[in-house]
Design a protein around this ligand. Structure first.
Ligand code: HEC
Length: 104
């Protein structure tokens, strides 16, 4: 019984950790990592919130590592009408995605 429970805990953690890795929470280091295009922590948090709320209404959240950094601004542009993003919201989302990607 105990073993079953531990297995369950591990499985739940794996699934949860996977989704967290996909859209990692914003850290101050992440704001620093945006070389060339400095973005504040608040802006990045806003971008993350928008991403996890607005981009899952039609499909699952696209994995951030799945597309090239250079392609992301255009992808968000092409989806911003569908997600009814205002220009500032689009910018915040792109800043968050690029910050995540520039960490690796
Ligand atoms: C109103 C529905 C809707 C919303 C909201 C939406 N999408 Fe999409 N998305 C689609 C559809 C439909 C497709 C597949 C057809 C296409 O590529 O046009 C798609 C495809 C994609 C793809 C795959 C494109 C490719 O070329 O492989 C990505 C990445 C994506 N969406 C990202 C996002 C992001 C980021 C957001 C939030 C800003 C978002 N989507 C919001 C409907 C939506």
């Amino acid at each position: 019984m105990k073993i079953l429970l531990s297995v369950l805990v591990i499985v739940v953690c794996l699934v949860a950790c996977e989704s967290i890795n996909n859209v990692p929470p914003v850290s101050p280091q992440m704001a620093v990592a945006t070389k060339g295009r400095p973005a504040g922590v608040a802006l990045l948090r806003n971008g993350r919130t928008l991403l996890v709320h607005r981009c899952i209404t039609c499909h699952t959240l696209p994995p951030l590592w799945h597309y090239n950094t250079e392609d992301w601004p255009a992808i968000v542009d092409s989806m911003s009408h569908r997600a009814s993003l205002k220009p500032a919201e689009r910018d915040a989302m792109v800043a968050y995605i690029l910050a995540v990607r520039s960490q690796k």
